[in-house]
Design a protein around this ligand. Structure first.
Ligand code: ZN
Length: 210
């Protein structure tokens, strides 16, 4: 690995309500996800940039962390049991890794809403298509700020996010990644108001394999 000091850069953007984006991260870069107004979920997914058959795995992560509530210090693993992210800082401490990104069918099956509805899956598909990643590859997302509780009988309840305006989570990329990120489109997950999500990418751009 080159020892030359590389320029530290910071970029990112704003994900408008009910939309999404995709971008690459280098190993070691930090991704900050910011709830700009509070009570807004952001679905995150990641793939190994050099091999899309390696993806962020809810099952592996929950298994190794031995909890469904992931926060600072936890590692998010791939389906091949390799670290993809480490959570460095977390203002909220409540995120979901059980549920898939909301899709058009989510609104039909659960909420009985007919016709078109924006969804995280559609927004992830659009963003990830730019990197040649197809919809069927998109697994369970890490749903940042989503507040899912599990009752004693196993029933799930989706409550308003605990995040307040300006709350952040910071994740370090542990390999070169393609990342998809949304401002979630589901009414119940976001306390019935759709807000924008901010994100920042911090760290050096040291090109790996490209
Ligand atoms: Zn969603």
């Amino acid at each position: 690995m080159a020892f030359a000091p590389s320029a530290v850069t910071s970029n990112g953007g704003r994900i408008e309500p009910q939309s999404g984006t995709a971008f690459v991260l280098e190993q070691g870069q930090l991704l900050k996800v910011i709830d700009l107004e509070g009570e807004q979920v952001a679905d995150l997914i990641a793939f190994n940039r050099l091999d899309h058959g390696e993806w962020l795995s809810s099952g592996r992560t929950i298994d190794y962390a031995n909890t469904i509530y992931l926060t600072s210090g936890h590692i998010l693993y791939s389906n091949r049991s390799r670290p993809m992210f480490t959570i460095l800082k977390d203002d909220v401490g409540r995120h979901d890794f059980l549920l898939t990104p909301c899709s058009r069918q989510t609104f039909e099956i659960i909420y009985k809403q007919e016709g078109y509805h924006p969804s995280c899956l559609e927004n992830l598909e659009k963003g990830l298509a730019n990197y040649g990643i197809k919809s069927d590859l998109i697994p369970t997302t890490f749903n940042i700020f989503m507040n899912v509780k599990v009752g004693e009988d196993g029933t799930l309840s989706i409550d308003p996010p605990l995040s307040k305006a300006g709350d952040e989570i910071t994740l370090r990329a542990e390999m070169a990644l393609v990342v998809g990120l949304t401002a979630c489109s589901a009414e119940q997950s976001n306390n019935y108001r759709f807000k924008a999500i901010g994100y920042e990418i911090v760290g050096s751009h040291e090109s790996i394999g490209s």
